[in-house]
Ligand binder design. Structure first.
Ligand code: GLN
Ligand code: ZN
Length: 755
């Protein structure tokens, strides 16, 4: 038996973000559709060849997408929301963009479909829409064209499709409520047609992704797995593919399904290979996901060799693979010219991961170990590196975790002292932190970064922007001011750049959604703060006004969720190191006389494990981590937090336990109905429900904001209610910002008159 290798999918965006550039040029009319199509084709061919050249045996096809692969599946199945259908029922590339981006020329029926997080990654997919009259039809044949393209060049072509149960699970019911599972009968025949067409092309293996098998599924969903897969049996061989978690809790179900192979993610959860061996039918192909597809670290092949060797002896057919699609990894480490050689020797991006698979494959097939030993050596060297270890930090974390990190006194005691110190009116007005990021500000930061201007001159220029933001807010008569965050490119990157333990890439882009990519920092070592980060900007802003200026920090859980994390330390330990570093900043802000400090945690919800049964243990450390970041502040220092993009009902318990003095949240799109949860949970502290949507292009009227505030009063006692927008204003322009905030302040004043 020979071990083979494959990948579960490759990043589409291109190492220089070629797809992003082409898409945006196409959308703005700068290039034609044919030009866009040829960029896509060039990228597909390049990525297939790069994988083949590195020894990957089965080439993935169907992982490419112009916007999102879940939307691609909707198009293949002909599941197009009624409002986006062409009159002649044709489905084209522009249909895809209309569904994903909306059509602003058509306010009524141009509404884009929702977008949401792809499991617990930072990739976002377009949510399929289902109604009880949804119909399905094999449409949008791009998948087959791509397969034909690949078959001309390669023998082992392995198509990838999203499985029917996961596809249904990810979609949303629109209109009248009904059970989505009733649609299976209509969907399965289309899947059969797809498999038939693949069979006609001589395809042997199809990767059918069912990542929901890592979740704790309701019984009726489990039941439908059997009946569905019986109907899909007999066309091509099916490699049932799971990722983002272990499946031991669903092994009973999975091993009875009529498929020919199973892919397991062996990275995201520890698993006992000998146990798996006894459960998985002997004649099945087992694909072992051993290389982390969603992190950037070099793999310890030496360890895997030892682990896999006995397992493969028992099996007929073994493939090795990354744990999940490489979509979530940057593409090529060789494009990092500025990164130190030492750090580079610890890392591995998508192409290097393909090389790792080949190294391990050769070692297993030929029983030679010298190459993998050489490859794994830097991992051992790293554990002694000065860049990684900081004993002081490690001891500090150990010590602090033994103590209780709650505030000294309860909210009712603190709030009295804060009221006295701050002397704010009822319904105090504030903003969430950032003000418009104009080109002038971006250029200024870039000039400083490139060394074109000195720090002194940079500071002088930034001070000017801060000064004008302060007078802007004073003129509007806002009660609690912000400095504007002009120094920040990104709320996580800025803190990473100013803390020890982080490194940054030049080209480590990962697709977030559509043409949007992020470049997460990499935490390589123990995190600490050796210099002030925000003090200069905040204290300067405070020196200009008698009104309180909020200190503005990104919270530890958000920095954690939006970075690549080291694998030699638990998430909790990394989070605590970040929290302790931020705490130094918080205490310094307090010492400098700052009376309100906001610690943003928009990603607190994102860190939730996929399985609900693990939520409580996540919350218990996540809450403690947040509290650690402001542990030790005085009673009369007011701690705020801000959260957005989240299902608050799922995390209400945690929000109550956080015990911040004020939380500002995104609510305007829910018409304040979200506050129902806060009322039901008897949320005891201050709260600022966003009174207007910062993403919407229109300026909210005084009347609209007043009516929202009147609604909010039904849920929240007036002495705890704040007035603020939904989120930061960095993406807006100054004119809109001025009009919107003017109306917001006016609405607050109108409401105040009644009390
Ligand atoms: N303080 C940040 C800002 O205003 C918060 C951003 C966020 O919630 N995503 O930009
Ligand atoms: Zn926000």
């Amino acid at each position: 038996m020979k071990v083979m290798s494959h990948t579960l999918g490759f990043p589409r965006i291109g190492v220089k973000r070629e797809l992003k550039v082409a898409l945006e040029n196409y959308w703005s009319g700068k290039i034609s559709k044919n030009e866009l199509l040829s960029v896509g084709k060039m990228l597909r061919h390049r990525h297939w060849k790069q994988q083949k050249d590195r020894g990957i045996d089965f080439i993935p096809v169907g992982d490419f997408s112009w916007y999102d692969h879940v939307l691609g599946m909707s198009m293949l199945l002909g599941n197009i929301p009624e409002r986006h259908k062409n009159k002649d029922e044709t489905i084209t590339l522009d249909t895809m963009f209309r569904i994903s981006r909306g059509d602003c020329s058509d306010e009524k029926s141009g509404l884009a479909s929702d977008m949401t997080k792809w499991f617990n990654t930072n990739y976002h997919y377009i949510v399929p829409e289902f109604t009880n009259s949804s119909s399905f039809k094999l449409s949008w044949l791009q998948l087959f064209e791509e397969i034909d393209e690949a078959l001309l060049l390669y023998d082992n072509v392995k198509p990838i499709i999203l499985g029917p149960l996961t596809y249904l699970w990810l979609g949303k019911v629109k209109g009248s409520n009904f059970d989505k599972l009733t649609l299976l009968n209509k969907i399965i025949p289309i899947y059969v047609k797809i498999l038939l067409k693949l069979k006609e092309r001589g395809v042997t293996w199809v990767q059918i992704d069912e990542p929901i098998l890592v979740l704790e599924l309701p019984e009726n969903w489990k039941k439908f797995f059997y009946s569905t897969y019986y109907k899909l049996f007999g066309y091509t061989k099916l490699l049932l593919t799971t990722y983002f978690g272990g499946i031991s809790h669903n092994l009973d179900l999975i091993t009875k399904l009529p498929v020919q192979g199973l892919h397991l993610d062996l990275v995201s959860e520890k698993c006992d290979l000998s146990l798996l061996n006894s459960f998985i039918p002997k004649k099945w192909l087992v694909s072992l996901g051993i290389i982390n597809g969603r992190n950037v670290w070099r793999s310890n092949l030496k360890k895997w060799f030892v682990k896999l060797k006995p397992f493969i002896e028992f099996r007929d057919q073994i493939w090795i693979a990354p744990s999940c699609s490489l979509l979530h990894s940057p593409i090529d480490l060789n494009f990092e010219a500025r990164m130190s050689k030492e750090v580079k020797s610890w890392l591995s991006f998508s192409l290097q991961k393909c090389e790792e698979l080949s190294l391990l494959k050769n070692a297993l097939n030929n029983n030679v170990k010298n190459e993998i030993e050489l490859w794994s050596q830097p991992i051992y060297d790293r554990s002694n590196s000065n860049l990684v270890n900081d004993i002081l930090v490690q001891n500090k974390v150990k010590k602090i975790l033994l103590s209780d990190v709650k505030r000294d006194n309860v909210y009712s005691v603190r709030s009295k002292k804060q009221k006295k110190r701050l002397n704010l009116p009822l319904f105090p007005t504030t903003t969430i932190g950032s003000f418009p990021q104009t080109q002038i500000i971006r250029n200024l930061r870039l000039d400083y970064k490139l060394g074109n201007i000195s720090f002194k001159n940079y500071q002088i220029e930034l001070y000017k922007h801060i000064k004008s933001a302060i007078s802007f807010q004073e003129n509007l008569d806002i009660d609690v001011l912000v400095h504007g965050e002009f120094e920040r490119n990104d709320m996580v990157e800025y803190f990473g750049e100013n803390l020890n333990g982080f490194v940054f890439t030049d080209n480590g882009w990962v697709q977030s959604y559509g043409s949007r990519c992020v470049k997460p920092p990499i935490i390589v070592g123990d995190v600490s703060r050796s210099k002030s980060i925000t003090i200069d900007w905040i204290t300067y802003a405070q020196s200009l006004t008698n009104k309180p200026v909020k200190g503005m920090l990104t919270g530890p859980m958000t920095i954690l969720c939006w970075s690549f994390l080291r694998e030699d330390l638990s998430e909790k330990d990394i989070a605590n190191q970040i929290a302790l570093s931020l705490r130094d900043e918080v205490l310094e802000l307090e010492k400098e006389g700052i009376s309100i400090i906001q610690i943003d945690e928009p990603a607190l919800r994102e860190g939730l494990p996929l399985r609900c049964s693990l939520w409580n243990s996540y919350f218990s450390w996540a809450i403690k981590t947040f509290q650690l970041s402001c542990f030790g502040v005085r009673d009369d220092t007011q701690i705020h937090t801000h959260m957005c993009y989240c299902e608050f009902n799922e995390i209400m318990d945690a929000i109550v336990l956080l015990d911040v003095d004020v939380i500002t949240i995104e609510t305007s799109r829910s018409d304040m109905e979200l506050l129902e949860f806060f009322k039901n949970f008897e949320y005891p502290n201050g709260i600022g429900p966003g009174v207007y949507d910062v993403h919407s292009p229109s300026v909210p009227s005084v009347k609209w904001i007043t009516s929202l505030l009147e609604k909010a009063i039904n849920y929240i006692p007036i002495d705890r209610l704040w007035v603020n927008p939904d989120c930061g204003l960095k993406t807006r322009n100054w004119d809109d910002t001025k009009c919107s905030l003017e109306n917001m302040v006016q609405a607050a004043k109108i409401i105040r008159e009644n009390y």
